[in-house]
Design a protein around this ligand. Structure first.
Ligand SMILES: *[C@@H]1O[C@H](CO)[C@@H](O)[C@H](O)[C@H]1NC(C)=O
Ligand SMILES: *[C@@H]1O[C@H](CO)[C@@H](O)[C@H](O)[C@H]1NC(C)=O
Ligand SMILES: *[C@@H]1O[C@H](CO)[C@@H](O)[C@H](O)[C@H]1NC(C)=O
Ligand SMILES: [Zn+2]
Length: 550
């Protein structure tokens, strides 16, 4: 994932002892008070508005997502020929070694024009050796796109079924050895049941899990019924212009329409959501938008002995101060984040269940609560980050110009234009020139209901592989992924990494000691192994879905 973490770390437990949570005890106290406040608010209501509460209870317990679609799906599933995962000890060893080899190749993206192309080329040869069945298969076509990205077309036996697509990326962000528990972030060292290394979560785990799951299916003589594509981008961390964009262009030229697409993004949150005991599988249905804005002030240069009242630096500083002091509005309840809270409502312990089931009433209160930490704040509004500032040339010269860069991440209920209009009004100073670049709107919200094929497949596969998961809910990605380039191929894009994510994992993303447990990695491979088989089922709702599309 690029530039930001997924937002569901949300409601980080106040009992948490993670480094991030303890960064600010003030914030933690604030949160405890807020939680108490929520309790009091709810209990207060209990005492006074009995009728309202009755409604609330009914809502809380009727909001549970319907499981009606499952039995039919199950019945069909049993009529198909399935192969068992049941990985042997030898296969499990192979899984680990092959992942370690992939981590050891330093496929680093330093910037859009500076990538380790030696390692990217080596990666291409590496997967050919590691997955002989995939590369030898008569019904799988492999293409190298944009020199280092890979596109696989797996031809299913039933061409009537609409294909789907799995995405992952090969490149990683830089890592220097300082601060790591292991000697080298590219050694892929195993310690206490974990493989440590850059890319173990973001995102070589997915690259290797997809290919290995397919390899094991082929070795068990499985041929998929439904066609699918695998897209492995090589520049996701620096925007995906050379990889993902070109893969999309190729598929567009072939007239491909996808049933759904699955990329990295969100996780199975374990012990992270306050008030929910069981792990929560969060599948992101959208991503925030972004704007990189350059602010420039130009004034006549002169000598500092007779200065004008204001210099370019002073004027620009004032504009930036206004931006920080007037954040964009809290929009909790107006965007896709509400779906997650509503669907999770019945799983919260009392009284949070009542509050979440009645966001029509409590949204402002919950919104205020979520504002308190940077990650949850990112969920409720368009965020503002001043990232660069330049000004001045000499200690006794009036600066001719000053400029700054501000990075906005756009809430799913706003657009680039709306944000720029608000920014303009907030700064309200003609001397400050604002130029937007790299701007894109929040991504469209993918379908989330019992009739959506992708959602059925994810639900079934999570039930099959992770029985301990208590809830499966839609979420919002506050960072961006390669999948944002795929909007022309499908409306149903999902972002999910089938990996357990605990409080202490938060700083590992793009940070120190990134790691995955070998047990979890095997489960991730099994997830893809079952997902491919579950996608071969032709559920009763699909004819409805395709009719809908015509
Ligand atoms: C590039 O990758 C190769 C192979 O993994 C490695 O030997 C080399 O040190 C890397 N170079 C940089 C600058 O990261
Ligand atoms: C915006 O600022 C950045 C950083 O100074 C610079 O690299 C970029 O070229 C600028 N873009 C425009 C359109 O001025
Ligand atoms: C930003 O300001 C610095 C210092 O005044 C100047 O050197 C630089 O060229 C400016 N950059 C842009 C993109 O305007
Ligand atoms: Zn990533």
């Amino acid at each position: 994932m690029i530039g930001g973490r997924e937002a569901a770390f949300a409601f980080r437990s106040t009992r948490s002892s993670s480094p991030v949570a303890s960064q600010s005890s003030k914030m933690a106290t604030g949160r405890t008070q807020l939680q108490t406040f929520l309790w009091v608010a709810a209990l207060g209501l209990c005492g006074t508005v009995l009728a309202l509460l009755t409604v609330a209870f009914v809502r809380a317990y009727s909001a549970r997502p319907s499981t009606a679609a499952r039995p039919a799906f199950q019945a069909l599933k049993d009529s198909q020929r399935r192969v068992e995962a049941a990985f042997t000890p030898r296969e499990r060893r192979e899984l680990k070694l092959v992942l370690q080899g992939a981590i050891q190749l330093q496929t680093v993206s330093f910037s859009a024009d500076d990538q380790n192309t030696t390692a990217l080329a080596e990666f291409g040869s590496y997967i050919q050796k590691a997955f002989p069945a995939v590369f030898a298969s008569t019904f799988i076509q492999h293409e190298v796109i944009g020199e280092y990205s890979h596109l696989f077309t797996v031809q299913g036996s039933n061409s009537q079924l609409q294909p789907y697509m799995l995405l992952a990326h090969i490149d990683v962000v830089p890592a220097s050895p300082e601060g790591w528990d292991v000697d080298d972030p590219f050694s892929a060292e195993e310690r206490d049941g974990y493989i440590y290394g850059r890319g173990t979560l973001d995102n070589k785990n997915s690259v290797m899990a997809i290919l290995h799951a397919l390899e094991f299916l082929l070795r068990r003589n499985y041929q998929p019924h439904r066609s699918f594509y695998i897209g492995l981008g090589h520049d996701e961390e620096v925007g995906g212009q050379k990889g993902a964009k070109k893969i999309v262009a190729k598929l567009e030229s072939r007239g491909v329409r996808l049933s759904f697409l699955l990329d990295e993004g969100s996780f199975i949150y374990d012990g992270i959501v306050t008030g929910i005991e069981k792990p929560v599988a969060t599948i992101a249905v959208t991503e925030k938008g972004a704007i990189t804005a350059n602010l420039t002030v130009m004034l006549e240069p002169g000598h500092s002995s007779a200065p004008p009242k204001r210099t370019s630096i002073g004027i620009l500083s004032e504009a930036l101060t206004k931006l920080e002091q007037h954040p964009l509005p809290n929009l909790f309840g107006h965007g896709a984040e509400i779906m997650m809270f509503e669907q999770l409502a019945p799983d919260f312990r009392f009284p949070l269940n009542i509050i979440m089931a009645n966001l029509w009433l409590f949204a402002p209160l919950v919104g205020k609560f979520l504002e308190q930490t940077p990650t949850t704040n990112a969920l409720v509004r368009t965020t503002t980050a001043i990232t660069m500032f330049h000004g001045g040339i000499k200690s006794n010269v009036i600066p001719p110009s000053a400029n700054a860069t501000v990075n906005f991440r756009i809430h799913s209920s706003q657009t680039v234009d709306e944000v720029l209009e608000i920014v303009d009004k907030t700064i309200d100073d003609k001397r400050v020139k604002i130029e937007a670049e790299d701007a894109f709107d929040p991504l469209p919200i993918s379908s989330w209901d019992d009739h959506t094929f992708g959602v059925q497949v994810f639900r079934q596969t999570i039930l099959d592989v992770f029985p301990e998961v208590g809830s499966i809910v839609p979420g919002v990605c506050i960072g961006n992924t390669d999948s944002r380039h795929y909007g022309s191929l499908t409306n149903d894009i999902y972002r999910f990494n089938p990996v357990f994510f605990k409080n202490t994992d938060l700083p590992r993303f793009h940070g120190l000691n990134e790691r995955i447990s070998t047990e979890n990695y095997e489960k991730q491979v099994e997830f893809i192994f079952q997902l491919i088989q579950n996608s071969d089922i032709n559920p009763p709702t699909e004819s409805h879905a395709s009719l809908h599309e015509l």
